[in-house]
Design a protein around this ligand. Structure first.
Ligand code: ACO
Length: 191
């Protein structure tokens, strides 16, 4: 995903972490014009993700990120686009208070870390970028994939989780269409 400005100028790391401050990780403050560019990148990513998932409206935007306690992991390819860099994709996570159904159909209150939005640019999908982003987030959050909740997982995300982590949908939820993928496929991934 190309932008009319130098991506390497606003994102120094291969994976940057953005939060409500809309400042890339390792930067304590940025100039307003750079923050505008970060906002433009987040908005464009949100629109592309919504389109890929056929959602009526983006669930990720700069203004939403500024008003919520979510973290957005943004991946760039710094070398492409004649050294100006391009944006590969993003992964957004955050804690959500949920009433979940357990295996017996009983509601339990929990506040798990949720995967809220996840997108890799169309032409770059199935090249391992999603896995790199996801693994980075797991390490940064110090969490295992089976302990996360997945908000309205797409078929591609379900295939991704099954392939890379041996997770299959186990307890579909009624509200929020949250899915807990806590069961590993025993045959493929013996413990
Ligand atoms: N069809 C089926 N499975 C797919 C597809 C696809 N078009 N694309 C990726 N996958 C799954 C497969 O398991 C694939 O393995 P395979 O190629 O051997 O079949 C695996 O993901 C590939 O892994 P990566 O290359 O590491 O993943 P990728 O870089 O493609 O990123 C992602 C995965 C983010 C799901 C990407 O496919 C994407 O952006 N999809 C469109 C948006 C989307 O559906 N996002 C999830 C929304 S749900 C949520 O965020 C809670």
């Amino acid at each position: 995903m190309e932008f009319p400005f130098d991506i390497n100028h606003i994102f120094s790391d291969r994976i940057s972490i953005l939060d409500h401050t809309l400042v890339a990780s390792r930067q304590s403050a940025v100039r307003t014009d750079l923050q505008d560019q970060i906002a433009a990148v987040v908005d464009e990513l949100g629109r592309a993700s919504a389109k890929a998932q056929q959602l009526p409206a983006p669930i990720t935007s700069a203004s939403k990120l500024q008003s919520q306690k979510h973290q957005l992991y943004l991946m760039k390819d710094g070398e492409s686009n004649r050294g100006r860099g391009l944006v590969v994709g993003f992964l957004k996570v955050g804690y959500k208070k949920l009433f979940l159904l357990d295996r017996n159909g009983v509601h339990v209150e929990a506040e798990p870390l949720c995967v809220l939005d996840f997108y890799v640019a169309e032409t770059l999908q199935r090249h391992g970028y999603g896995l790199e982003l996801f693994n980075y987030m797991l390490q940064h959050q110090n969490v295992e994939p089976e302990l996360l909740a997945y908000d309205r997982p797409s078929n591609k995300l379900l295939a991704f989780l099954a392939k890379h982590y041996g997770l299959v949908r186990s307890v579909p939820q009624v509200r929020f269409q949250i899915c807990l993928c806590v069961r590993r496929m025993e045959n493929r991934f013996p413990s």
